[in-house]
Each structure stands twice: as C-alpha cells, then as structure tokens.
Design a protein around this ligand. Structure first.
Ligand code: S3P
Length: 443
C-alpha cells in the first residue's frame, strides 16, 4: 500500500500472527553488485534488496561501466574486471547510503579515474575521514568539503600501494573500503580490526575467487588479501536481512498473544547480537531449519510474545548489533527494569545521531530514558509504554520503523513524522507488517 509520509500508529486489533519473509540483506546486496562489477563474466544475483540504497549502488556501478539488468526476479551484472572501471560522466549520487559511499571510495581509490560522490542531506553530514585518511596512503587523492564531508572528489591511482592498516573504529565499512582498494594494488593488503565486524566482504571476495585469509592475533582479527586477483563471476543468493527481520520480530515479541515466523533470515554470527540480547531478556526466539545459502548461514526464526526483563548489554557486543539499537531500545521500554546499552558512540554518526534520536523517540512517548556518556539507559514498566508522542525521524529509516513498532504496543497512538526513508532498506515494510495483522496506515 502507499504510505503517507507521516503515519499515526495505533495498537492492532489482535495479536500479530503468520509467516513472512523480509527483503534481502542490505550489506550483502551492495557488495554483490560492486564485486560482480569487478569480476569478469556475468553474475546472477537472487534475492537482491531493491531498496533505494542498493539501487543507488546499481546506478553507480553502471555509471562506472558495468552492465546491470533484471532477468525476471534476479539481477544480472556483466563485470569489467579489476582495474577496468571507467570514469563516470556525472556525479555519483549515493542517496542515504554510507555503505555505498564508503565502499565506493575504496574501489575508486585504486582506479585511475576522477569521480565525484554526493548524497542526501543525511549522508552529506556523515564523516568520511575514516576512509579518506587510510585510502590517501595508497596514493589516491581526495578533495572533500569541510570536515571531510560529501560531496567529495576522488582522483584514484592506477598504481595503488597495498596498505597495512589498523582500523581505529569498529567499522565494517572502513575495513571493506581498504580491502577493496587493495584489490587493485600489487602485493598484500593487511587490515587489523581490534573488534570483529561483519565479514560479508571477506566471504564474498573469496566466493568471487580472491585469496583472503583471516587470523586471530593479540591485536584483534587480521585480514590479508592478495592484490590483483582474477575475480570471476559467481552466482549470489542474498539472505533475508536480520536488521530488517528485527522489526517484525520485536513487534511480535511485544504485542500480546503474538506468534510469528520470519523465513530465510541471515544469521551470520557477526550480525546476531540482537537475538542474543533479546534471549537474555527472556524472549522466546527459535531458529529452525538452519542451513547455508549462498555461503551465509540462514534460518527460519519463530518468535512468541512474552514479558521481557532488563539487561546490561556490554559494549563489546555493539559491532554485532550496531543497527539494531533503536529497535532494541523499544523492546527495553516494555521490559521490567532499567536496561543499560553500553558503548554506543558509533550511533552518533549513523543516518542520524541515533543515540540522541533514540532517546528522544522514547522520551516523547513517556519512557524514562537517560544518556550517560556513551551509554543509553531505558527504564521499562513491564508493559506498554504511555505513547502519545510525535517522533522526529531525521531521514533515518531505522528510527521510523522503530517508532512504528512502538506505536503497535504503546497505550496512546504514536505519530511518526516521515516514513519515506523506510524504502532505503525495507521496501514493503508496511505491507509485511500488515500481513501479520499490524494494521499500519488504517487509522
Ligand atoms: C555496514 C556496516 C555498519 C552498519 C551499516 C552497514 C556494512 O556500518 O551500520 O548499516 O554494510 O558494512 P559501520 O561500518 O560504519 O559500523
């Protein structure tokens, strides 16, 4: 259904029940298009997320010379080979997507082209120094706006040096940007990450034929990539996005009487911090029919409503649930006691300042919440929060969906100011939620 930009969400008439599938994983979808464009031959991608962020990546890879088309429900990419991308004729607009912008900086750094990247107002506020600083060391040049913000222009190099870099923040985007620059550098690129982050780049590069070795050392996880591999086309099956599954899953946990199943969700251990935390809170979540699809672990997830209790979530878990804090905060707002979510500084540089915006989302709806340094504290009353608030989503899809889920449980209706950004990661969100009985948009 067509959803108005602003949405008033009320409690559904009954429990949420049924079986749904969520769209393809966003991280894997970006990578599939990018790596296929760097491979020789035709890659077939099934289950690609057709969200705005990923469509921006498809448009950018086309502008860089790859051929990309749909074949029924699948997407096809005819790649150019490593080093074979061509200079784009126009500015590359990455929309709302930090992943697309940062990974592309890595690819472009080791191609002898000049390209300018921009994005929407949210992306133009996000810090890029975290990728520009290391990529500058491989020989690429960047000119960016004050504060290293987009728009920026990259002058890539055809003779990139391989980097040996310790990533100072836990960021899969930074790790990936450096590995991607290393694809067209002679020799071995080495990335050390003190805290392990999602490893879809490593897995998929191997799948396309690169040599990627991963080892554990005192300083963290060390990833070694041999430069200038022959990447060959390989079919990709994209699992359902656990970060999207989080919304119907938490909704079913919170709406009384609910029991739902979400099929074919990616359960890569570096992405499943939310499920671990919810189970610690007492949630009834089962993985069934566990299997491997397209090189990634996948399961069907069953969830039942139940009362949750507060927990103390360690900072070390942040990388494996980085995008799920807003929806976890909504769950905590319904739990018994005070939940402490530790070490959330990275949330400040997401699509919005998600630490401040998540606190504001809850406070506007009568939930006791506090920010202490990098920690978020949420006190739930073992039941529905008051609600009745107006939520400002700041161009942030995950805040919009979290606010909508809060509206399904709160005593009074919750107004979400702007649902349009939901399409960046979860097209069909309203229809899928309504398939479970949420009744979104019916008010
Ligand atoms: C992503 C990495 C994470 C995550 C983002 C997707 C990726 O960002 O928040 O939504 O696909 O590599 P950081 O690397 O900045 O933590």
């Amino acid at each position: 259904m067509r959803v108005p930009a602003s949405l008033i969400v009320t409690r559904p008439v009954g429990p949420l029940t049924g079986t749904v599938r969520v769209p393809g994983d966003k991280s894997i979808s970006h990578r599939a298009l990018m790596f296929a464009a760097l491979a020789v031959g035709e890659t077939r991608i099934e289950g690609l997320l057709e969200g705005e962020d990923v469509l921006r990546t498809a448009a950018a890879m086309r502008a860089l010379g790859a051929e990309i088309w749909r074949d029924g429900a699948a997407w096809m990419v005819a790649g150019r080979g490593i080093g074979g991308l061509v200079e784009p004729e126009d500015v590359l607009d990455m929309g709302n997507s930090g992943t697309a912008a940062r990974l592309l900086c890595g690819i472009l750094a080791s191609h002898p082209v000049i390209a300018t990247l921009t994005g929407d107002a949210s992306l133009r506020r996000r810090p890029m120094a975290r990728v520009l600083d290391p990529l500058g060391q491989c020989g690429a040049r960047f000119m960016a706006r004050a504060g290293n913000r987009l728009p920026l222009t990259v002058q890539g190099t055809g003779s990139a040096l391989p980097l040996d870099y310790v990533v100072p923040v836990a960021s899969a985007q930074v790790k990936s940007a450096i590995l991607l620059a290393g694809l067209n550098a002679r020799g071995e690129t080495i990335v050390t990450e003190p805290a392990a982050t999602r490893d879809h780049t490593e897995n998929m590069l191997r799948h396309f034929g690169a040599s990627v070795q991963v080892g554990q050392h005192a300083g963290g996880t060390v990833i070694r990539l041999i430069g200038q591999p022959d990447l060959r086309a390989a079919s990709v099956l994209v699992p359902g996005d656990p970060s999207s599954a989080a919304f119907p899953l938490v909704a079913a946990l919170l709406v009384p009487g609910s029991a739902a199943q979400i099929e074919a969700v990616g359960i890569n251990p570096l992405r499943t911090g939310l499920f671990t935390t919810l189970r610690e809170m007492g949630a009834d979540i089962d993985f069934t029919h566990e299997r491997r699809e397209g090189g990634e672990p996948v399961a069907d997830i069953s969830v039942r409503h139940g009362q949750l209790r507060a927990v103390d979530v360690p900072a070390a878990r942040a990388p494996s649930m980085i995008d799920e804090y807003p929806i976890l905060a909504v769950a905590a707002a319904c739990a018994a006691g005070t939940t402490r979510l530790r070490g959330l500084h990275e949330l400040r540089v997401k699509e919005s300042d998600r630490l401040a915006a998540t606190a504001a989302l809850l406070a506007a709806n009568g939930v006791a919440v506090a920010i202490e340094a990098d920690d978020l504290l949420i006190t739930g009353q073992a039941g529905p929060p008051p609600g009745g608030g107006h939520v400002a989503t700041h161009m942030d899809h995950r805040l919009a969906m979290s606010a909508a889920v809060l509206g399904l449980v709160a005593t009074a209706p919750v107004t979400v100011d702007d649902m349009r950004f939901v399409d960046t990661s979860f097209p069909g969100f309203v229809d899928i939620m309504n398939g479970l009985g949420a009744g979104l948009g019916a008010a």
